[in-house]
Structures are given as structure tokens and as C-alpha cells.
Design a protein around this ligand. Structure first.
Ligand code: NDP
Length: 330
């Protein structure tokens, strides 16, 4: 098995040299274990937190050990009666080509008619996150005007479509012309944050939705949060899903200068972690799975080829190189 590890907890933006590709001979399967040939690996922004050496809501990676992350693959050997050779499964032993782990940590893929990598994106953890943030945290109602940052990413691209289907004005903030075009082609008003300060972004958002937003789906922080606070209506809700602007920060980052808007506009701001809501995953799949299978909900993917490219795929998330879900195909 070939796997990636890190030997140090980086400060600031990690470089490619942080990641070391190693090889190991796997032992024979123990009773209850399965061996899986991974076909798709997920890289996700939260992994940066696991490289910081401190426990947040999840333990840090163990230095020198294989990194972890969501992956799908095919069972190639099994000593678990519930799993057979050829089964397509999802599990957390990513960042490697061959995974070996107890069968009870492996989940057969649901039987919805979608490509298997969709279970790492639109029908996996990121999709579940979008659905949870809108429905459970922001308590979206039909007709709500919704603002989403990192709107063409894995989470954001589902959030904007779910919001749009409920009838309000939906505005997405994204970085590049291609991403803005992707949003516009899905009926979303698209606004760039590039080369703008918080005041200019506020003006662009006001132009896109003059009556103001009921909900801000927060993925980014920084000027996006500041501009959102200026453009929420009284009683608005902020679902704090992510704050990617600060994941590579080396020290404390300043908060928005207009936080008093929370008071003035009686806003509710609530963070959430999707794992706390995982009991709802079957309900999410029932609701969103058929819409993805029928094409009513679209999704995009950005794919790196080969295990060797996994660090590049991960690092590119922080450069905004992905439209939709960032994946590695093995
Ligand atoms: P994305 O697919 O959205 O990829 C990250 C995107 O973030 C980039 O493509 C880029 O888009 C944007 N970005 C990166 N750096 C910056 C920056 N400095 N300023 C502004 N935008 C930036 O990732 P995911 O969909 O997987 O995750 C989105 C967010 O959701 C993340 O913050 C993540 O941590 C969070 N999350 C939270 C979960 C939870 O349980 N709370 C679960 C899953 C994800 P662009 O080019 O448009 O700037």
C-alpha cells in the first residue's frame, strides 16, 4: 500500500514538501477486516485543521501515520461476512491506494443511480453539510433570499441550488470568471469578491439583491462576512459552516468591524458541525438523491489524476482552483 503522511504540523500555508509518500507491506487480513482498492479520494478544507496539531472537534492527524479522509473503492479481499469482493464502499482510510480496516468502519454505497464519486461530494459529507446548514441551522423558509460564499464549491454549489428551489433570490460569492459563469448558468446571481474590499463587495451584493438577505450561508469569513452583515435583513440568520480565509492563518485574525450589525439587525449566527447531524443522513439521501439522479440538481467536479497528486489537490482548495468537489481519481 502507498500512503501519504506528514512529519510535522505546518504553520501558515503548507507547501508540497510537507507531504511524504510512503510504501508499506500490508499484513494478512485479520478476522473482521477488509481490503479495499480505493478508486476516488476526497480532499477537504477541514483536513487543514487536522494538520495543526491541536484537537478541535476532531483529533489531529498522527505524524508519520497514514493521513485519513473519505474515500470510495472496491473490496478486493474480505474477512467480514457482511462484505464481499467486488462491493463498492465508502470509508475514511483515504490518502492511500489500498486500504485495510475493520469491516464495521466501511459502508456499502447506497443504491442511487449516480457515479460512485458523488458519495464524496453532492451526496456525501459536503452535500449533507449544505442541506443541514440551510434546513437545520438557518431554518430556510420558502421565498427566503439566500447569500452563499464559496458558492461554486462542493458545499456551496448544492446550497445555492437547494435555496434556489425554494423560490427566493439566491446570490453566490465566488472567485473566478469560470465559477461565476457556472453559478449564472444555474440561475444564481454571481458576485466576485476578487479585487474588492468589504465596502465594494457590500455594494455589489446590494445591487444583486436590493431587498436584502434572510440567510447568509458562511463558508469563508473575512470580507465576505463583513459584507454579508451589511446586507442581511432584520431577523436574518447566519449558518456558520466554514471560515476558510483563516485556516492557513499564522495567528489571530481580526473579526468583522461591523459585528454590531448582529445587534442592530437582531441577527442569529450559529455554527455547526455536520457530524452532529449525521443521524439525518438517510433523510438527506431520500430527499436529494433522486434530484441528483434525475439531473434536477447538478454538480461539478474538479479531478486530479493519481495518488501522487493528492497533496496538490488538497493545496489547490486554498487557491480556489476547484469548481465543485475536488477529487483525486486513482
Ligand atoms: P470548496 O469546494 O468550497 O473549496 C474551497 C473554496 O473556498 C475554494 O474553491 C475557494 O473558492 C474558496 N476559498 C479558498 N480560500 C479562500 C479565501 N482566502 N477567500 C475566499 N474564498 C476562499 O470546499 P468545501 O465545499 O468542501 O467546503 C466549503 C466550506 O465549508 C469550508 O470552509 C469548509 O471548511 C466548510 N465545511 C464545514 C463543514 C461543517 O461541518 N461545518 C463540513 C464541510 C465543509 P473561490 O475561488 O470561490 O474563492
Amino acid at each position: 500500500s502507498r500512503y501519504f503522511t506528514i512529519n510535522d504540523f505546518p504553520q501558515g500555508t503548507p507547501g508540497r514538501e510537507l507531504f511524504e509518500l510512503r510504501e508499506t507491506e500490508l499484513p494478512a487480513l485479520a478476522e473482521g477486516e477488509v481490503r479495499i482498492r480505493n478508486t476516488w479520494l476526497s480532499v477537504d478544507p477541514y483536513m487543514r485543521g487536522r494538520m495543526s496539531g491541536v484537537k478541535t472537534y476532531i483529533d489531529p492527524f498522527v505524524l508519520g501515520e497514514p493521513l485519513e479522509g473519505a474515500a470510495v473503492g472496491e473490496v478486493i479481499e474480505s474477512r467480514d461476512a457482511r462484505l464481499s469482493v467486488g462491493d463498492r464502499v465508502r470509508h475514511m482510510a483515504g490518502w492511500r491506494d489500498i486500504a485495510q480496516l475493520p469491516g464495521d468502519q466501511v459502508e456499502p454505497l447506497p443504491g442511487i443511480d449516480v457515479p460512485e464519486q458523488a458519495y464524496l461530494g453532492v451526496l456525501g459529507m459536503p452535500g449533507m453539510t449544505a442541506w443541514t446548514g440551510l434546513n437545520r441551522v438557518a431554518e430556510m423558509q420558502a421565498g427566503d433570499n439566500v447569500l452563499v460564499s464559496a458558492a461554486s464549491g462542493a458545499v456551496g454549489s448544492l446550497a445555492v441550488q437547494l435555496a434556489k428551489a425554494r423560490g427566493g433570490t439566491v446570490v453566490g460569492i465566488a472567485g473566478s470568471p469560470e465559477k461565476l459563469a457556472w453559478l449564472e448558468s444555474h440561475g444564481i446571481e454571481a458576485v466576485s469578491y476578487r479585487d474588492r474590499d468589504a465596502g465594494q463587495l457590500t455594494e455589489a451584493l446590494q445591487a444583486a439583491c436590493p431587498e436584502g438577505f434572510d440567510i447568509y450561508y458562511e463558508n469563508v469569513g473575512g470580507i465576505c462576512l463583513e459584507a454579508a452583515l451589511n446586507t442581511l435583513r432584520t431577523g436574518g440568520r447566519i449558518a456558520v459552516c466554514g471560515m476558510i480565509t483563516r485556516y492557513n492563518a499564522e495567528g489571530p485574525t481580526p473579526g468583522p468591524g461591523n459585528l454590531a450589525m448582529v445587534l442592530i439587525r437582531r441577527l442569529r449566527m450559529q455554527g455547526f458541525i455536520v457530524f452532529d447531524h449525521w443521524a439525518d443522513y438517510p433523510r438527506f439521501l431520500d430527499e436529494v438523491g433522486p434530484l441528483v439522479a434525475s439531473g434536477e440538481i447538478d454538480y461539478a467536479e474538479t479531478i486530479e489524476e493519481g495518488l501522487e497528486r493528492t497533496p496538490e489537490a488538497f493545496l489547490a482548495l486554498f487557491e480556489g482552483a476547484n469548481t465543485g468537489k475536488m477529487l483525486v481519481r486513482l
